[in-house]
Design a protein around this ligand. Sequence first.
Ligand SMILES: [Zn+2]
Length: 166
Amino acid sequence: MGELKLFPDKLTINLYPDKKDILLKPIVPIDLELLEEFEPFIRAMANFVKNSEDAIGLAANQVWEHKDIPCPRIFVMGRIDIEDPLVCINPSVEFTGKTLKHQESCLSRPGKLYWAKRSKNCTIHYYDLEGLEHLEKYTGIYAQIIGHEMQHLYGDILKRVVKDPR
Ligand SMILES: [Zn+2]
């Protein structure tokens, strides 16, 4: 990818329905050899969540701009009491336990609320920015956020849910 400026300094949220047709497509894993090339983009995603008042999670296809370069399979999750968001590269997740219904909103559909069924627990396998492998368990709000972001990466979330519970 060389000297091309691949990523803008400021990320823009793709809104549903998006003209680029990125939000509703499943996102394939990134070749970890290319991680370094994507690093500025991944850091921009992490900073977006860190500096945002209402973003607790962000999936790469919500801010991806290129039609000709496949969107990397990445999401970022904000954390309570930890300044830096969790960066999950090539995540795969197993959800377990009871499912609960939650009212959620999404940056790609501002102003809408909808119901989503989320598992109480999950085990996530992912790589971090250094390319190191992780296997971790999350519960509660974190399992909920991971469920939401994974649905983004499956290209699934925005066509399925949009029943306003109010
Ligand atoms: Zn969302």
